[in-house]
Design a protein around this ligand. Structure first.
Ligand SMILES: Cc1cc2nc3c(=O)[nH]c(=O)nc-3n(C[C@H](O)[C@H](O)[C@H](O)COP(=O)(O)OP(=O)(O)OC[C@H]3O[C@@H](n4cnc5c(N)ncnc54)[C@H](O)[C@@H]3O)c2cc1C
Ligand SMILES: NC(=O)c1ccc[n+]([C@@H]2O[C@H](COP(=O)([O-])OP(=O)(O)OC[C@H]3O[C@@H](n4cnc5c(N)ncnc54)[C@H](O)[C@@H]3O)[C@@H](O)[C@H]2O)c1
Length: 494
């Protein structure tokens, strides 16, 4: 029987990162993948959806500029765009594969093995791998990392057929822009695809929102900008609505909503996309001889270690934060914990994210909603994009920066949200300072390039220190500096 120091199951962002880290420790490593390398980080997920978003944004922008000159917008061809998306996916998959096979072919042939097949744990140290022809092999592992990811959550009353009623897994199975589409779920995936499809200008998008605003985990000021743009772009947001029926009738989708005021309404659209969260992949992953504890959301772990001491779980499988960067972080950390001695515990406080909407929304650390929930008294400054020379030069001043710090002399950075063009470029400095537990002073002193969106962040830091160029008391509506204490805001006076 083949023996390995470590067997890693799943070659998505978490598993692939774990495998690459394991060879740094010169450990005999087996990486097993049942479908495609890169997992949801590449196909049917992060990279594919972002390629759709980039192209949709370009088409939307070009159309807007042309309409200023009374020129016709470009005719976006679905299949041409789909080919480009699949090309992007294939480019990344090829790079991940080449990286590995070249290591195996040159100097790591006795350390690294990649196998295609479905893995199943027979015991805490024995893994059965079944390849696509049904051939089985059992290997022995000292340690195992489970990185099997997640899949779209389904609802019992929605007949998903992945043709007419689809999940995000089947976007690339469509053969044209639907003339109309309803999206169930106004979370990240739902809102990103509402942005993508409405951006192409060929699909009337309906978005079902259980609550009174989309992206329920985000602050109201952030959501307001996104909702306004969506609606200006023709998206019909069904607020405070509950889906009571959805069925395929004559090749189209009929759905019925019940609103919180008790009224009902029936709609008919060409396609439906269900995006109501994701569930971890652990079914059939281990036998009864393996004692891995589950919690309500997924595999329970303590700093990536499961209840079965030599088995670790990382990425979407643990269902805490489902992001590529978090999967990679956890994959690398698990290996360092097994074979090394990491200097500190995993920390999630400075995880940064981008939501690919119109405009993009970048975030790190706490937003106001979370700070209030944690009972933290905080100072908050906001700065409108109209105050940022780069945004003025771009002729696109929609958006704002919001910075939260502790309400004490140290003013430790708690979090930031940036809504607007190039928002993602502005987040990293703050993420680093949060991980270093630093205050605003460092941010205020750093010299930023000009003109850049990040200058707006510096101005926010300076506002907190009372040293800003533009003063909140004179440019009300553009700038604000407040403290949130005992459930209410008070202006910070200069
Ligand atoms: C539409 C969409 C857009 C997204 N956009 C972003 C984004 O912009 N930014 C971001 O950070 N995150 C994004 N995400 C989330 C991100 O894709 C996931 O958090 C990330 O892929 C999780 O990585 P993972 O390695 O844990 O799991 P996965 O990527 O799901 O990979 C798990 C792998 O394990 C394999 N596997 C499963 N079971 C077995 C088995 N028994 N044997 C062998 N192999 C197995 C699967 O085939 C898969 O390849 C998006 C997700 C979706 C769905
Ligand atoms: N840009 C990014 O970083 C990015 C992009 C896409 C996905 N992701 C990751 O993927 C994860 C999953 O995304 P998601 O959008 O599926 O989940 P989500 O948790 O963000 O959103 C699910 C939404 O569905 C709603 N919902 C649940 N049940 C419903 C029902 N019966 N009817 C109507 N609405 C219902 C919820 O209220 C919620 O708003 C995200 O949490 C995120 O971590 C990240």
């Amino acid at each position: 029987m083949e023996k390995y120091d470590i067997v890693i199951i799943g070659a998505g962002p978490a598993g692939y990162a774990a495998a690459m880290r394991a060879i740094d420790f010169k450990k005999k490593t087996l990486l097993v993948e049942k479908e495609s390398i890169g997992g949801g980080g590449v196909a049917k997920g992060a990279l594919s959806s972002k390629t759709w978003w980039e192209i949709s944004r370009d088409v939307h922008l070009v159309s807007r500029h042309l309409s200023r000159f009374n020129l016709e917008p470009p005719d976006a061809d679905f299949n041409e765009i789909k080919r480009e998306v699949l090309k992007a996916v294939s480019e990344r998959q090829t790079m991940l594969l080449d990286n590995m096979t070249s290591l195996i072919d040159t100097h790591l042939s006795d350390l690294l093995t990649y196998r295609e097949g479905t893995a199943h744990l027979l015991t805490p140290h024995q893994v059965q791998i079944t390849d696509t022809d049904g051939k089985e092999q059992i290997v022995e592992a000292e340690y195992i990392i489970l990185a099997t990811g997640s899949r779209p959550r389904k609802l019992p009353n929605i007949p998903i057929d992945e043709k007419i009623i689809i999940t995000s897994d089947s976007i690339e199975k469509l053969d044209d822009f639907p003339e109309s589409m309803v999206i169930v779920g106004a979370g990240v995936i739902g809102c990103e695809f509402a942005t993508i499809f409405s951006g192409f200008g060929k699909t009337k998008v309906h978005l079902i929102d259980k609550g009174d605003h989309i992206l329920p985990f985000e602050d109201e000021d952030v959501v307001n900008v996104i909702e306004r743009n969506m609606e200006n772009n023709g998206v019909h947001i069904h607020r405070n609505s509950q889906l009571v029926r959805m069925e395929v009738m004559h090749g189209r989708v009929e759905y019925e909503l019940e609103y919180t005021d008790g009224s009902n309404e029936v709609f008919n659209v060409e396609k439906a996309l269900v995006a109501v969260g994701r569930v971890p992949n652990y079914e059939n992953l281990w036998s009864d001889n393996v004692n891995i504890t589950l919690n309500q959301r997924g595999v329970e772990d303590n700093q990536t270690q499961t209840s079965e001491g030599n088995i670790y779980a990382v990425g979407d499988l643990t269902a805490d934060i489902a992001l590529v960067n978090v999967g990679e972080l956890e994959g690398r950390y698990a290996v360092e914990r097994i074979f090394g001695d990491p200097a500190r515990n995993l920390m999630y406080e400075n995880i940064s994210t981008i939501m690919f909407l119109n405009p993009e929304v970048a975030g790190v650390g706490l937003n106001e909603q979370q700070a209030i929930k944690k009972g933290i008294s905080y100072k908050v400054v906001t700065l409108d994009y109209r105050c940022i020379p780069r945004a003025i030069a771009k002729r696109n001043t929609q958006g704002f920066i919001k910075l939260l710090v502790t309400n004490d002399d140290k003013m430790r950075l708690l979090g930031m949200r940036v809504v607007g063009n190039q928002a993602s470029s502005a987040i990293q400095a703050v993420a680093l300072l949060i991980s270093m537990d630093k205050g605003v002073e460092e941010l205020a002193e750093c010299v930023h390039p000009h003109p850049s969106i990040t200058e707006g962040i510096q101005e926010c830091a300076r506002m907190l220190m009372g040293t800003s160029l533009l003063k909140p008391e004179s440019l009300k509506g553009h700038l604000s500096a407040r403290v949130h204490i005992n459930g209410a805001y008070e202006d910070i006076l200069a």
